[in-house]
Design a protein around this ligand. Structure first.
Ligand SMILES: Cc1cc2nc3c(=O)[nH]c(=O)nc-3n(C[C@H](O)[C@H](O)[C@H](O)COP(=O)(O)OP(=O)(O)OC[C@H]3O[C@@H](n4cnc5c(N)ncnc54)[C@H](O)[C@@H]3O)c2cc1C
Length: 171
């Protein structure tokens, strides 16, 4: 196996990207805001931190338009995508060069009772309350407690691996 010893920063970055392409990740859209001023982005940099209390952590680029909304509202939703939701993932990753409200036109979104956008046909959606923000280089890590859970009708997931979206059946 090739080692990382004495690599230049550029080649280390390339190797890191290639290594990450081998780590399949479930795809979510993180959304925030009231109807009329919503923001959202496609995300894979997140994980469950603890079950009791139910807590997750997400990594958000501070250049992302949703960033200020998450800091200001201290609430956001995580919407886990289903197989076939590639178009939603592309939209919220900025592929169509749309921003803010425009990104919510392609699918059915509702406002939760806690004033957070929720994707109606997600595999699952979590409503999260920010507990702590840790700033590191370009990103901020948000540690957030789950305050509401919506379960969709499918157990299947949309996974990002090797630079593309793949369906994952969980049956
Ligand atoms: C599979 C996948 C996983 C991803 N995972 C993550 C993740 O975990 N965390 C994460 O942070 N990102 C992640 N991204 C990237 C993220 O989905 C995109 O960058 C997304 O487009 C960000 O939303 P945005 O509204 O800021 O988009 P964009 O409009 O594409 O914004 C990006 C750029 O616009 C500029 N900008 C920001 N605000 C304004 C403004 N008000 N006016 C003018 N310009 C502005 C900034 O320069 C910023 O870099 C992921 C992308 C993919 C494809």
């Amino acid at each position: 196996m090739d080692t990382m010893v004495d690599k230049s920063p550029a080649s280390l970055l390339q190797e890191y990207k290639r290594a990450m392409q081998r780590c399949a990740k479930t795809v979510a859209v993180i959304a925030v805001g009231e109807k009329g001023s919503r923001h959202g982005f496609t995300a894979t940099s997140y994980c469950s931190l603890s079950l009791s209390p139910p807590t997750i952590m997400i990594c958000v680029d501070r250049q992302t338009r949703a960033y200020a909304g998450i800091v200001g509202n201290r609430r956001f939703s995580m919407n886990y995508l289903r197989p076939g939701d590639d178009f939603i993932a592309d939209t919220f990753a900025g592929k169509a060069r749309t921003h803010g409200e425009e990104r919510f036109d392609d699918a059915l979104w509702e406002q939760s009772s806690l004033s957070v956008p929720v994707l109606r046909e997600s595999a699952a959606s979590l409503i999260c309350r920010v507990e702590e923000i840790i700033e590191r280089v370009s990103h901020s890590v948000f540690i957030a407690e789950i305050i509401e859970v919506y379960l969709g009708s499918t157990r299947a997931s949309l996974v990002y691996a090797n630079g593309g979206y793949k369906p994952l059946s969980c049956d």
